[in-house]
Write a protein that binds this ligand. Structure first.
Ligand code: SF4
Length: 364
């Protein structure tokens, strides 16, 4: 039987992956269908994970025809996958307008999680490119292109699950882009990812990482969900942090820490500080002491991530002894800290590098 319509026909339509259940219910009501049909549609979409209208067998043909008329089920296409299923797989995805983004699948490290762990973490992108220009990151090297749409955020999970034939059970917004700069789309995507009618991933399995957009940290403190928040810190004095993260000039550490304290107090939820260790730049013991002074009163956990080389950037990873000395200084001050070798930007091709290579290889 011929499919109702091919995916390519839907480019200009509203994506079904951007809709909330209550919105679909209202829209179907306006089209003359009972509201329980919206539940059925979402069930096909997120529980049964079908990707074509023809597979939604419990829906009457008249409804499917209306859906075809109004909505798209278009998903990004997979351009390349590198890495291996038992280490880290990096997906380069092409969006409907031809833009490229990266999504990274990180299975649990057996050494860290125990042999029985089945954690599969997806590192999600929130923008095409990035305007924030952190000096350790390939995503910002070519500047900002555009915000990801809601459906493009949600679809990263669906596409990787489809490709790997495995369910994702942990997500981190640590891919390309600053999620808090795309705040409205982020919030809506989080609602779809967290909702029982949607992807239904528990809030505590979702981490949003920000480079430190102070007003959005305060806004996020008012969200009811217990989604985890990580701050990309990477420096514990303004002088050091501003060298690494230009955003520090706009929101210096004192302001950032005030916002963090506000968040912790209001949400009664602990934060994580991400700290990429870069040789000779931010790995001095005095910086560790300052970091401890920020982390301890907030009871923030510190993830130390030894720097991985990024093409086009000059920095180096500190020697093992310097990494351990930094860690011990934090532990000595009573801060919960660990060294992570496989997370977010620390993966072999740090976020943004795959896309960059593809862009450089493609003639304009
Ligand atoms: S680390 Fe995040 S905020 Fe900074 S440039 Fe990279 S993607 Fe942007």
């Amino acid at each position: 039987m011929k499919p109702l319509l091919e995916h390519s026909d839907f480019d200009q339509k509203k994506s079904l992956y951007a809709l909330l259940l209550r919105e679909l219910s209202d829209e179907l009501g306006r089209l003359g269908f009972p509201s329980y049909r919206a539940h059925q549609v979402m069930e096909w979409l997120y529980k049964k994970r079908v990707t074509s209208w023809d597979q939604m067998l419990t829906l009457p043909l008249a409804l499917r025809e209306k859906l075809v008329e109004h909505y798209s089920l278009l998903l990004p296409s997979v351009v390349t996958v590198s890495g291996s299923a038992d280490t880290t797989q990096k997906f380069l995805l092409r969006l409907a307008d031809g833009e490229l983004i990266e999504t990274v699948l990180i299975p649990a490290s057996k050494a860290l999680q125990g042999a029985s762990s089945n954690r599969r973490t997806l590192c999600i992108s929130s923008q095409v490119g990035c305007a924030y220009g952190c000096r350790f990151c390939a995503s910002g090297l070519d500047g900002f292109k555009r915000h990801l749409k809601v459906e493009e955020i949600v679809a990263q999970i669906l596409v990787v699950e489809q490709f790997s034939n495995q369910r994702i059970n942990n997500i981190v917004f640590m891919g390309m882009g600053e999620p808090f700069a795309n705040f409205d789309h982020l919030l809506r995507a989080l609602e779809i990812i967290n909702a029982p009618w949607g992807i239904h991933l528990a809030a505590r399995k979702i981490t949003v990482s920000t480079s430190g957009l102070v007003p959005r940290i305060r806004d996020f403190a008012h969200r009811p969900e217990q989604i985890r928040l990580a701050i990309s810190l990477h420096g514990a004095s303004d002088q050091v942090r501003s060298q690494i993260m230009p955003i520090n000039k706009r929101y210096p550490l004192a302001e950032l820490m005030e916002a963090c304290a506000y968040y912790v107090k209001r949400k009664k939820q602990l934060l994580t500080f991400e700290y990429i260790l870069i040789a000779g730049v931010n790995d001095q013991l005095e910086e560790a002491t300052r970091l401890a002074n920020y982390a301890k009163p907030l009871r923030a956990k510190v993830n130390l991530i030894p720097y991985n080389r990024v093409e086009g950037l000059p920095w180096e990873r500190p020697a093992e002894a310097a990494q351990q000395a930094f860690l011990h200084e934090l532990l000595r001050h009573g801060v919960a800290a660990t060294i992570r070798y496989q997370k977010g930007h620390d993966i072999d091709a740090a976020c943004g590098q795959l896309r960059r290579r593809e862009l450089l290889a493609t003639p304009a």
